[in-house]
Design a protein around this ligand. Structure first.
Ligand SMILES: *Cc1c(COP(=O)(O)O)cnc(C)c1O
Length: 352
């Protein structure tokens, strides 16, 4: 692994930082960040810097055209052991896929892991060790080239920024079915982790929040008949003891937590069915009591139970149980935090 030097400014930023009592989720910025440049057709070695504002032209294409892709991942540190990561290579692969969809260059695995290791190692004493606390990592690639022509850029930067975070408690979520807007189109960028998808989701989410819900449940963009995912999280329903989740389409983001839950559930001999799930069928199954449980999966909250689903006609469907979600969540947390065995080889030391 390439070592990144700490200059005096980085040493000073680290020395001046202290961990606040109340961390919340990704509210506090870690004192350092990693930055590498792509110029003249290749990536150049990066540097650790104090966390702070970055300079880009106001007409940079990342700002004007959302020419930006990102990841969200976690580093953990418990019982004074060195920090470790959860499925970092899968996050790198997905960043590559997202970049590829947008025609952008992605960092090599060495540069990606090097940047992450540099930040995590420098911040290792600021990774809270309480139960389920973590260092949230946000690696991203953005275009820094100014201009309005609709072609890919020649100048990009790769950053890793981080946030020491306390346990993410989403509470019980209330989801509102979105019947008007769509998040991502067929053949669009729904499989890429990129800002534009989030921009498309903002109005529906704000509307849901105004109506007393916490999140929007998206339907497929063509017929708006089948459930796809939440904004930023994938969806599972427990129907008569089996886990059902929408099969991946090109308008669904393939969550790493989704994949982990599917593999872990099969390992625990819970049946998993990936299929097209019509929203009306799901609602009928909740009405008849065949489906008592729906949950969301994503890196931040891991697994989060949905207590109610509201429809546009004002009907509210109540989900009385969270047993399967609780069980899968605690099993997954044991693996992620290295408090249990990891039969899948999902965790990895930082300085490997
Ligand atoms: C990141 C993301 C998810 C969840 O992915 P994880 O890898 O589990 O964190 C789901 N949907 C969307 C739209 C996302 O951006």
């Amino acid at each position: 692994m390439v070592g990144y030097q700490m200059d005096a400014a980085v040493e000073k930023a680290l020395a001046e930082f202290s961990l606040p009592e109340d961390l919340g989720f990704a509210k506090v910025a870690a004192p350092v960040m990693f930055e590498a440049e792509y110029r003249d057709g290749s990536w150049h070695s990066g540097v650790l810097k104090p966390f702070g504002e970055i300079r880009v032209y106001p007409n940079a294409r990342s700002l004007q055209f959302s020419e930006v892709v990102f990841e969200g991942m976690k580093a953990y540190r418990y019982r004074s052991a060195p920090p470790h990561l959860f499925r970092p290579i899968d996050h790198w692969k997905r960043l590559n896929g997202s970049a590829e969809r947008l025609g952008m260059p992605a960092p090599s695995l060495d540069l990606f892991l090097g940047g992450i290791s540099a930040v995590v190692s420098a911040c290792s004493e600021f990774i809270p060790q309480d139960d389920e606390a973590f260092l949230y990592l946000r690696p991203f690639v953005m275009s820094c080239e100014p201009g309005y022509s609709v072609v890919n850029s020649a100048h990009y930067r790769f950053y890793v920024v981080a946030s020491p975070s306390g346990p993410y408690l989403s509470g019980e979520m209330r989801a509102q079915i979105e019947r008007q807007d769509v998040r991502a189109a067929r053949g669009g960028t729904g499989t890429a982790k990129t800002g534009g998808n989030y921009a498309a989701a903002l109005r529906a989410t704000s509307k849901a929040v105004q109506n007393g819900y916490s999140i929007a449940l998206w339907l497929d963009p063509v017929d708006r008949l089948n459930i796809e995912e939440f904004s930023g999280m994938n969806v599972f329903a427990v129907i008569e003891g089996a886990l059902h989740t929408p099969s991946l389409t090109d308008s669904i983001l393939a969550g790493i937590t989704r994949d982990s839950v599917i593999r872990l559930a099969r390992h625990l001999e819970i049946e998993v069915v990936e299929r097209i799930i019509p929203v009306n069928e799901l609602l009928e199954n909740i009405d008849s009591g065949r489906c008592k449980e729906v949950f969301a999966t994503g890196t931040a909250a891991i697994l989060s139970s949905v207590g109610e689903i509201g429809d546009h006609d004002g009907r509210v469907y109540r989900l009385p149980s969270c047993d399967v979600a609780d069980k899968l969540r605690s099993e997954l947390v044991l693996i992620q935090t290295r408090n249990g065995t990891d039969p899948f080889g999902w965790t990895q030391d930082v300085n490997q």
